[in-house]
Design a protein around this ligand. Structure first.
Ligand SMILES: NC(=O)c1ccc[n+]([C@@H]2O[C@H](COP(=O)([O-])OP(=O)(O)OC[C@H]3O[C@@H](n4cnc5c(N)ncnc54)[C@H](O)[C@@H]3O)[C@@H](O)[C@H]2O)c1
Length: 244
């Protein structure tokens, strides 16, 4: 599997899964655009990749910021082959106490952010004639409901987004799929109390959390021609804890 001469845009590339995904594609020869709201973290991620990378400060929830990021990619590389929407946030809110702002923020980053990057990414892929691949990142929580309402709703929304645009973009040769991770060893999970974590691990038949590199390898598969007849699908990476 080689991504020589391909351009891969990764959101949330400053840490966690996004960072592992950026490193994986760089290792496969791609030119990687590391986009993150945290410009410092994106810069550090790219520094690890060598000179082939581009770090971009981008707030995926802001249409103007996303537009500017994809314009920068077009100007710098003149093409785009892969978009991976890993940027995501959570917030611990009981449903009845959910502040409006938190609902808007979580939906804004996880769902609207994915929509904006899919749209701008697909526009650029079409413009440069790339038969590209878009990968959205959902969560097992979308299916199980084990999580706050905004988070579960945003991640279920991502699945619907994938299916709709997979149908529409198929005619352009662009495939769109959703990775559905189970609990994964990233900074997002660092704040979870140990007791909660142990209960979660107990529910995973393979008996451990996922490592971000295991998500990155699935992203590599979904972005490559090895998955050329797969589009619109949920691909679970969860150690057997749920069956989609
Ligand atoms: N870690 C898990 O157990 C787990 C499980 C299922 C799904 N997920 C999903 O996987 C994705 C990656 O999660 P992670 O664990 O790597 O998270 P993380 O918190 O470790 O990293 C998320 C990254 O996204 C960036 N980000 C946040 N808001 C942004 C914005 N508005 N614009 C651009 N970048 C922004 C952050 O700065 C950070 O670098 C998320 O969508 C998350 O919901 C995570």
């Amino acid at each position: 599997m080689s991504f020589e001469d391909k351009v891969v845009f990764v959101t949330g590339a400053g840490q966690g899964m996004g960072r592992a995904i950026a490193a994986h594609f760089a290792g496969l020869g791609a030119r990687v655009v590391a986009a993150d709201i945290n410009a410092d973290a994106a810069g550090k991620a790219v520094a690890e990749l060598g000179s082939r990378g581009l770090a971009l400060a981008c707030n995926v929830a802001e249409p103007a910021s996303v537009k500017a990021a994809f314009e920068a990619v077009g100007e710098r590389f003149g093409r785009l082959d892969v978009v991976i929407n890993s940027a995501g946030i959570g917030s611990v809110d009981a449903f009845l106490d959910t502040p409006d702002d938190n609902w808007m923020r979580v939906i804004g980053v996880n769902l609207t952010g994915s929509f904006l990057c899919c749209r701008e990414g697909a526009r650029l892929m079409r413009k440069c004639g790339a038969k590209g691949s878009i990968i959205n990142v959902s969560s097992t929580a979308a299916m199980s409901g084990e999580g706050p309402s905004h988070y579960c709703a945003s991640k279920a929304g991502v699945m619907g987004l994938t299916r709709s645009i997979a149908r529409e973009l198929a005619a352009s040769g662009i495939r769109v799929n959703t990775i559905v991770p189970g609990p994964t060893n990233t900074p997002m999970m660092a704040g979870i109390p140990d007791e909660w974590m142990q209960a979660m691990i107990k529910a995973i038949p393979l008996g451990r959390m996922c490592e971000p590199e295991e998500i990155a390898r699935v992203a590599g598969f979904l972005a490559s021609d090895d998955s050329s007849f797969i589009t619109g699908q949920n691909i679970a990476v969860n150690g057997g804890m749920a069956f989609l």
